[in-house]
Design a protein around this ligand. Sequence first.
Ligand code: CMC
Length: 391
Amino acid sequence: TGMFTYDPGFTSTASCESGLTYIDGDAGVLLHRGYPIGQLAEQSSFMEVCYLLLNGELPSAKELADFTNTITRHTMVHEQLTAFFRGFRRDAHPMAIMVGVVGALSAFYHDSTDINDPEQRRIASHRLIAKMPTIAAMAYKYSVGQPFVYPRNDLSYTANFLNMTFSVPAEEYKIDPIVVDAMDKIFTLHADHEQNASTSTVRLAGSSGANPFACIAAGIACLWGPAHGGANEAALNMLREIGTVDRIPEYIARAKNKDDPFRLMGFGHRVYKNYDPRATVMQKTAKDVLEKLGVNDPIFDVAKELEQIALNDPYFIEKKLYPNVDFYSGVILSAIGFPTEMFTVLFALARTVGWVAQWNEMISDPAQKIGRPRQLYTGPTQRDYVAVDKR
Ligand code: CMC
């Protein structure tokens, strides 16, 4: 049984070669196709980053316009898909709905089953990136009992998503450019993150040749967990529970107490041991958005104070625990008007491009094989069956 390397949690096993995303966890560096995440979040746009991840290079103006147009033309979902939503209880968690509805897309696009055809893969990728905002907004609308809002081709990817989420037929929804800009940054910051749990799930599911929509549904299921994408929802719930700055020490003490399972949500990362470069942009964006929208939410003060106290505490210093991408995102999303249940959905929406880019890369890789980890067996050695009346 000692033939295999034992690496629980895959902390030191590379499962693939990849040219998409580079992370140096000690230096706090994150690059997509070589470009630093800070520059992309501040200067680029989510559509451009999608193109970059999928194609390897930044687009020319014409390429970007064509790509945006293609994505825009795929935003509608089949009308029959609305019946799927209606099958869920209204109080269902929107991530449960996402797992089901995105998986259901596999029943609508039979042409996408030919995954060895690059053109079919491209179309499936475009469909997924285009339809996620529509499906995410429908999940929200369903939960609040409002009519679904159809996509609009005159709006940008991000503005269209906000319109489908927040507009109601009764009155015109004014799309605030500040909100569009913040949302676009949040999408960019979540676009890809090399071989994290959900991406590895998508690759493993896809390695058998499975339908891409089903593979992305598997990724969404994995992302939902509180140790992964579910942390943004958990982080905001935690900040609200703390409520006021004077209660922070109590929660810091709990996080340090090994007998208490409580962890500071939005803190710590498997790879980043210096800081999470996404958190830096996120904190700045949170400050900007709250100021510009004139929102005075005390949880932002709680978040900043909690960060300061933790960063100066020997426990967090020694374990190299810093705020991650999920720590401040909730503050912004909440100011924009999203309920906490939607936070992980937004993460899934943005991460879809990373998932499909990684899936494409895997399938085009000549070294690609079905993923098949081995194990160290710890069960009984061989023994003979005993009839039930003899046991
Ligand atoms: N609060 C308190 N202690 C912590 C925390 C935390 N948030 N994170 C790690 N630790 C401690 C942990 O108890 C352990 O201590 P010891 O060595 O004494 O047993 C040590 O730090 C190492 O933790 P680990 O769980 O072995 O590290 P990991 O690499 O397996 O876990 C993590 C990484 C992100 C799952 C973890 O830090 C965590 O649970 N954080 C809170 C959840 C969270 O914010 N997740 C979002 C991650 S970033 C975005 C995403 O992936 O979706």
